[in-house]
Write a protein that binds this ligand. Structure first.
Ligand SMILES: Cc1cc2nc3c(=O)[nH]c(=O)nc-3n(C[C@H](O)[C@H](O)[C@H](O)COP(=O)(O)OP(=O)(O)OC[C@H]3O[C@@H](n4cnc5c(N)ncnc54)[C@H](O)[C@@H]3O)c2cc1C
Length: 397
């Protein structure tokens, strides 16, 4: 196996990291970055800087104006972008837009691509509405939002929440359960502009994170009538398309958050090399040194795991199991790294004197979205049990 990125990708990652350090990090104190994410005004300014640097849209297909990177090559560039929480915003490779671009590129028809994918690729925003207060969450089968076929159209009703980027999004991808018709009871994805009166942002949710543009919202759909041209792909295939989005989107989250963890670790490492206690630099005390060493081990194994999974996606594999394993491994490793960074910094670790405090708040959610760790473990264990059942029941000694 070759563990080296091609020269052009290494150069691009280096350029991205330099851009983030020199041009993006200075915006981290910008008052336009509030509790519900960077404002669209700030986001557009950052997008312009990235465009001028030739770094906008690393994952966006070339024909849509992006750099057209494959899954593995993204790993190097997205990690470099993640070094600032605003880096992925600047490069337009943040969630949920990045995953939505991939989904539309794979599933949308030509008209839908013109109407939704092209503006999205150019810097508009979108959201993906699946999770519900009393319905779909870890168990998507509990979907309660309905789509009724009415005279060739579909009427959608339901409430979603935790919808990232809903405020300010140009359009939404809605996951709904068919009520009646041929695909009765099956999930379907619909595309709708957000500026319909039947779509209401009920409220912006107050969350511990704040790096996603448009925050996280409660959104109601009431008697939302959409034509057949709003169906993404085919009626009844919503869960299949969710899988198309899922594996790559999980991995890109791993890549971006790994960049954020690397920043937290760098800050902690520099602090440990300078700050003294009990007659020496704190990094020379075993308790601190071991935390720093554990961070380096965790980041390395997380990186290898996600890169191997990305390599499989590039080979055309679905990657459901490997991306699930990588997601658990990365989200938990990243959490440990950032938590250790806070500890090494002592009191300032929980203050806004460094970027670590914010990174700490940002990464917590990653053990929950794209499948909580427990759900991945539960599903992996079920697969292992199935495997052993297929192999036969004799004990091995
Ligand atoms: C920051 C953030 C952004 C998000 N953005 C979006 C978005 O843009 N669009 C969207 O649709 N959703 C979004 N979500 C929602 C996210 O997808 C859900 O939070 C996630 O799927 C879990 O669902 P839930 O919150 O309903 O938790 P629940 O399903 O209620 O689960 C709660 C807990 O139960 C446990 N659990 C559940 N099932 C099992 C099991 N089988 N075995 C063991 N333990 C289990 C887990 O510990 C889990 O954390 C976002 C969430 C967060 C935190």
């Amino acid at each position: 196996m070759n563990f080296e990125f091609p020269e052009a990708i290494r150069a691009l990652a280096t350029e991205t990291r330099a851009f983030v350090t020199e041009s993006v990090i200075p915006f981290e104190d910008d008052p336009r970055w509030g509790d519900h994410g960077p404002s669209d005004d700030l986001r557009r300014e950052l997008n312009d800087l990235a465009r001028r640097a030739g770094l906008f849209g690393p994952h966006i297909p070339r024909e849509l104006g992006g750099l057209g990177l494959g899954h593995l090559d993204r790993a190097a560039v997205f990690e470099a972008a993640g070094y600032s929480l605003l880096g992925p915003v600047a490069l337009h490779c943040a969630a949920p837009d990045e995953g939505n671009i991939h989904l539309l590129d794979q599933v949308a028809n030509d008209d839908q691509k013109d109407r939704y994918l092209s503006p999205l690729a150019q810097g508009e925003r979108s959201c993906f509405a699946m999770t519900e207060p009393d319905g779909a969450g870890s168990d998507p089968g509990m979907l309660r939002t309905t789509a009724r076929p009415v005279g060739g159209d579909y009427v959608i009703d339901g409430r979603k929440w935790l919808i990232t980027g809903a405020r300010g999004a140009q359009f939404v991808i809605i996951m709904a359960k068919m009520q009646g018709g041929e695909a009765d009871g099956r999930a379907t994805m619909f595309l709708s502009p957000m500026d319909r009166p039947e779509i209401r942002i009920v409220r912006d949710m107050h969350t511990i994170d704040s790096s996603f543009a448009g925050g996280h919202c409660v959104v109601d759909f009431a008697d939302l009538r959409l034509g057949a041209d709003a169906v993404l792909g085919e009626v009844g295939k919503g869960f299949e398309y969710a899988q198309v989005r899922l594996a790559p989107a999980r991995l890109t989250h791993c890549m971006r958050w790994l960049g954020a963890a690397a920043r937290a670790h760098d800050i902690a490492l520099r602090h440990a090399a300078k700050r003294k206690a009990f007659g020496t630099e704190i990094g020379r005390h075993e308790g601190v040194g071991f935390m720093l060493a554990d961070n380096e081990i965790d980041m390395r194994s997380a990186r290898l795991s996600l890169q191997e999974a990305a390599w499989r996606l590039d080979r055309g594999e679905r990657g459901a199991t490997v991306s699930s394993m990588a997601k658990v491994q990365c989200s938990e490793a990243i959490w440990r790294v950032v938590d250790n960074a806070v500890q090494v910094l002592g009191g300032i670790g929980i203050s806004r004197e460094t970027a670590v405090e914010r990174i700490f708040r940002e990464v917590r959610g990653f053990r929950i979205y794209d499948g909580p760790s427990e759900v991945h473990r539960w599903s992996l264990a079920r697969k292992a049990m199935k495997r052993v059942a297929a192999e036969g029941q004799e004990d091995r000694r």
